[in-house]
Design a protein around this ligand. Structure first.
Ligand SMILES: O=P(O)(O)O[C@@H]1C[C@H](O)[C@@H](CO)O1
Length: 270
């Protein structure tokens, strides 16, 4: 795996001469953030050695390098989900690459269902912590110490300093946000009402099908992590209507403007 990652890094080194300060993984329907990026260098996943290819609607499948307000960034427009059939190493492969490429800060975003009944579709949630309900862990297997330790600590997974930065920025911009715990499941089924009740009793405020594997690897490799969920629907049993991915993407796109403004301003301060 290490040699593969380094091969990908070598390829990216030929495409861009700088080390971005921040990597951003864009969730379903949140790809419009790339409109805030200047001096773009766009690379399709198909062109990148050893990179998986994204198969989900609302996920374009491009790495976008460039600048937001002078800060060099790398945005991942389209992520890999476990339910697509990728194994956990493939799902998290881009995060290994980002770290080996020299990126120290990562912003991870997602579309998620609201489990906290005080949320509503369109709520932006700063992730304070997560619950891994995937039933597996991307670090299972032989450990390679060149990436990180065998038993990573997870006591401050979402970096307090970045959370404070995001909160101050939101307050300055008048952006309304909530804080909470993201619970990640495999999908691709949306939850049953009974599962949502169980997840709420476990402490979930938002439920989704991504983020947790990527964050486990970002934490393991020593990156600073900021996470933001865009609540696109209330979770099953709280919501009156049935879910559809089309509706998820549509709401994410509609409310994505606030998300993009918030992330762009926060990036400028990192
Ligand atoms: O990539 P994210 O987590 O934003 O995508 C969410 C979870 C599922 O992939 C999909 C369900 O509609 O949206």
């Amino acid at each position: 795996m290490y040699d593969k990652v380094m091969e990908t890094v070598t390829y990216l080194n030929e495409k861009v001469a700088y080390r971005p300060k921040v990597a951003i993984i864009l969730g379903s329907g949140l790809g419009d953030l790339v409109d805030y990026i200047e001096e773009k260098v766009e690379i399709s996943y198909e062109e990148i050695p050893n990179f998986p290819v994204s198969t989900v609607a609302g996920h374009a499948g491009q790495l976008v390098f460039g600048k937001i307000g002078g800060v060099e960034v790398l945005a991942m427009k389209g992520r890999f989900h476990y339910y697509e059939g990728y194994d956990m190493k493939q799902v998290t492969y881009p995060v290994y690459v980002m770290k080996q490429f020299g990126i120290e800060n990562i912003i991870v975003s997602n579309a998620a269902g609201g489990a906290n009944s005080t949320f509503k579709p369109g709520t932006l949630m700063l992730i304070t912590d997560h619950i891994n309900a995937f039933g597996t862990n991307p670090l299972i297997g032989k450990n390679d110490e060149r990436f990180g330790p065998r038993f990573p600590d997870m006591s401050e997974t979402y970096t307090k300093k970045l959370q404070e930065l995001a909160k101050t920025t939101a307050k300055e911009m008048g952006i309304d946000y909530r804080e909470g715990v993201y619970l990640g499941t495999t999908g691709p089924t949306y939850e049953t009402a009974a599962e949502v009740r169980a997840f709420i009793s476990m402490g979930a405020d938002a439920i989704g099908m991504s983020t947790v594997p990527e964050v486990i690897i970002a934490n393991y490799t020593g990156m600073n992590i900021l996470g933001i969920s865009c609540i696109t629907n209330m979770a099953t049993g709280i919501a009156k209507e049935a879910h559809s991915h089309e509706a998820v993407v549509e709401i994410a796109k509609r409310t994505g403007n606030e998300f993009c403004r918030w992330v762009a301003e926060t990036v400028k301060k990192i």
